[in-house]
Write a protein that binds this ligand. Sequence first.
Ligand code: NAP
Length: 229
Amino acid sequence: MIAVSVRRVAVLGGHGKTGRAVCAALADRSLDAVPLGRSDWPDLAGAVAECDAAYVIAPNLHPDEPAYVGSALTALAAAGVGRVVHHSVASPYAPAMPHHVGKAISEDLVRRSGLSWTILQPGAYLQNLDLSGPLDLPYSADVRFGFLDLADLGRAAAVVLTEDGHEGATYELATRVATVRELAAEAGVPVRRVADPGTHPWLSAMFAYYDDHGLPVGTRVLEALLGRP
Ligand SMILES: NC(=O)c1ccc[n+]([C@@H]2O[C@H](COP(=O)([O-])OP(=O)(O)OC[C@H]3O[C@@H](n4cnc5c(N)ncnc54)[C@H](OP(=O)(O)O)[C@@H]3O)[C@@H](O)[C@H]2O)c1
């Protein structure tokens, strides 16, 4: 059933690759998407005031994600925007990965915000892998991931934002389960193990975790949300 009251959706972090996918899916449903970024932060309550709902995306590797999410929730409440969908990650409480823990803490803030909330926990994006040529990978190519297509993320976001029955729900999302070696073989490109480039300590921690465990996510929740296998 469509919740017709949601016509205009603020997408915090809406200019990034995640936000663009969410805005595109909302536009496909003829809804108004309002992408917001850093320049809107000083008066976030004002920027979201005309919106019926918000999709909250934290920037990649934000140094204090709970503070970012907490400010967003405060602004939504102040502006009277009662509906929020929060973009988290699969396996947020993974203490070996500091940026995942920031998302676990943020989820708790969302659940205790007093707003009507839904939390999406996406697997690693398929679009993270550039399969147009040889792939250099700083973790094992043979561990399993639940990979999520960003277009599917957008579709799922639009469903939970506009249809009834998703309040208070937390959904893990993956389009397909695979190893990187399997995806590279399908694309016909070689995959080569390389050293961690050491660009950010949280990414190094993530590569070490992936190396041992991958990031498994099942596909059935997304199938149910989108109504297709
Ligand atoms: N990559 C994956 O596989 C994956 C999987 C699951 C979850 N995630 C999560 O998805 C989220 C979004 O990733 P992304 O790559 O789409 O995001 P992103 O491009 O890093 O950031 C999105 C937007 O956030 C805004 N922004 C940056 N710094 C800000 C600040 N200090 N205050 C307010 N806004 C700020 C920017 O908007 P403006 O330029 O307009 O200012 C930017 O376009 C991350 O939290 C990531 O952990 C990613």
